[in-house]
Structures are given as structure tokens and as C-alpha cells.
Design a protein around this ligand. Structure first.
Ligand SMILES: [Zn+2]
Length: 281
């Protein structure tokens, strides 16, 4: 999706939703977020096209938001294009993934940055981690914004493979996060693939490790399709997303229940302890 086309869609989206700019790319392009006010205040962040050639994910979320006619349960913040300069570059270099400086933004977050193998150490089309963690303005914008809205869940949209990744040193939250991944896998009919020892420095990795929230990477589109996925595949990808807002509601309700359960158990333990100490006295 070109910058001009995105601007046209932003204007359309502004008729229904609030649209903000969370920062600017290296080349000074705005990074937009669309706020979809939900019935509950719990926030979910969706971010798309952090990898330039996966810009079909921007089209997917523009389309999902334009065809949403009821107020969803959760409040959604959709960063339509995390890497606008990279997406522009795909006009001449269709397979390009990085930002305009040749940094792979999804390897640039401060989560075991550069600690896994297989990375590039010079600017290139994909896999270069940058000079330090969060060196890029696009990465910084996402970090700043995510800390500000404090989501209970994040979804990162990529292409391709019809897969979901959720794991990255989830620790005590492993089962909770796996349960959330299973909910989305069932709804989208995608499979869960373990990634713990493969990658680091991704947005999902940072969310899991720093914010201790479930964070999923969702890879849309069949592996049989060629990069970059053509817009012609959009109806098929969208069909898999027909229950996405219901799934988001159920996931957030599960997380709310989880928190209530934990709080109830802590309250019970506290009451129990105070009863015991009252007896001693
Ligand atoms: Zn990707």
C-alpha cells in the first residue's frame, strides 16, 4: 500500500475513528494509530507491516476496521504501518523487509537484543539488528506508545505461513500466554509454532519480557503464496478473520477472569493469614 493510498484510507477511517500519530520514520513519515473505542477500557495493540514486504497486513486491518459496524468489546489501537519508509521502498524492491536505514525493526527491540544467532551486522534488506537496541525511530515510537496505552495483549501482524508465535521467556505466564495463543489459533485456524530459541529483539519478545503480557505474532497467508502477498489474497485472509473481534473479546475476558482469580486467591490468603495471627494473639 503506497503512502498516498494510506492517506486516503486514513481520511476514511477518520470519519468513524480517532487517528493519532505516534511518531515519525527516518524519512519523516507519520506512523499512524487508529483508536477503536470499545465497550470496556482494556486496551489491545495491533501493529502491522513492521516488515516492509508484509504490507498486506496494513490492507487487512484497514479493511477489517472499515467493515466493523458495531462497537467492539475491547479498545483497539491499530498501528497500521509500523515501517512506512520500508513499505515505500517495496515499490522498487518488492522483497525488502527492513527500514530505510537497512535495520530489521523486528530485531531492534530491547529483548535479548542481538543475543541469538543468524543476524546480520551490516545494514541490509533483512535481519540487521541495528547499532544498539531501540536505535531506530520506528522502534522507539512503538515502545513509547505501548508503554503509554498499557495494553493487556498485543498482536503483531506478519506474513506468511498461517502460524502464531507466542513464546519468549514467558516464565510464570507461559500457560496463560499459550492459552491465549490457542484461542486465536482456533479462531483463525492457524497453527501455533514454538519460537523460543529461534529469534529475539522482536516487538512480541519485548512485550512478553518487559510488560509481562501475552503477545502474539500472527503470520497471515498460505506459505504457498509468493512474497510480497498480492492484494488478491485479501478476501481469503479476511475470511479467516471473520471472528477476530469475538476472539479479542473472549481473550480479554479470559485475562480479566485470570486477574480476578489471582486477586481473589490473594485476598483469601490474606484473610486466612490474618485469622491465623488473630488466633495466636
Ligand atoms: Zn515479518
Amino acid at each position: 500500500m503506497t503512502a498516498e493510498k494510506l492517506e486516503t484510507y486514513i481520511k476514511q477511517l477518520q470519519r468513524t475513528y480517532e487517528v493519532y500519530c505516534i511518531g515519525f520514520s527516518h524519512a519523516g513519515q507519520p506512523i499512524y494509530v487508529v483508536k477503536v473505542q470499545g465497550r470496556c477500557s482494556k486496551a489491545v495493540v495491533v501493529q502491522a507491516a513492521i516488515h516492509a514486504r508484509e504490507h498486506i497486513t496494513t490492507s487487512l486491518w484497514v479493511s477489517l476496521l472499515l467493515s466493523l459496524h458495531v462497537k467492539p468489546y475491547v479498545t483497539l489501537w491499530v498501528v497500521l504501518q509500523s515501517n512506512p519508509d520500508g513499505v515505500c521502498l517495496t515499490k522498487t524492491l518488492p522483497l525488502y523487509k527492513a527500514n530505510i536505514k537497512g535495520v530489521d525493526l523486528n530485531n531492534n527491540f530491547n529483548a535479548h537484543w542481538g543475543k541469538r544467532g543468524g543476524y546480520q551486522h551490516v545494514p541490509c534488506t533483512q535481519g540487521y539488528i541495528g547499532t544498539c537496541a531501540e536505535s531506530e525511530p520506528e522502534t522507539q515510537a512503538l515502545v513509547r506508545f505501548t508503554k503509554k496505552v498499557q495494553p493487556v495483549l498485543t498482536l503483531s501482524y506478519h506474513a506468511k505461513g498461517e502460524e502464531i508465535y507466542f513464546d519468549f521467556f514467558n516464565g510464570m505466564y507461559y500457560n496463560r500466554d499459550k492459552h491465549i495463543a490457542r484461542m486465536f489459533a482456533a479462531s483463525l485456524q492457524y497453527r501455533i509454532v514454538p519460537t523460543q530459541n529461534v529469534s529475539s529483539g522482536g516487538y512480541k519478545d519485548w512485550c512478553v519480557q518487559t510488560l509481562h503480557i501475552p503477545s502474539l505474532t500472527i503470520e497471515v497467508g498460505s506459505d504457498q503464496w509468493q512474497h510480497p502477498l498480492s492484494e488478491g489474497y485479501l478476501p481469503q485472509i479476511k475470511r479467516r478473520h471473520k471472528h477476530i473481534f469475538l476472539c479479542l473479546k473472549q481473550a480479554v475476558q479470559f485475562l480479566e477472569g485470570n486477574t480476578h482469580d489471582k486477586r481473589r486467591k490473594m485476598d483469601e490468603a490474606r484473610t486466612c493469614r490474618s485469622k491465623k495471627s488473630a488466633k495466636k494473639r
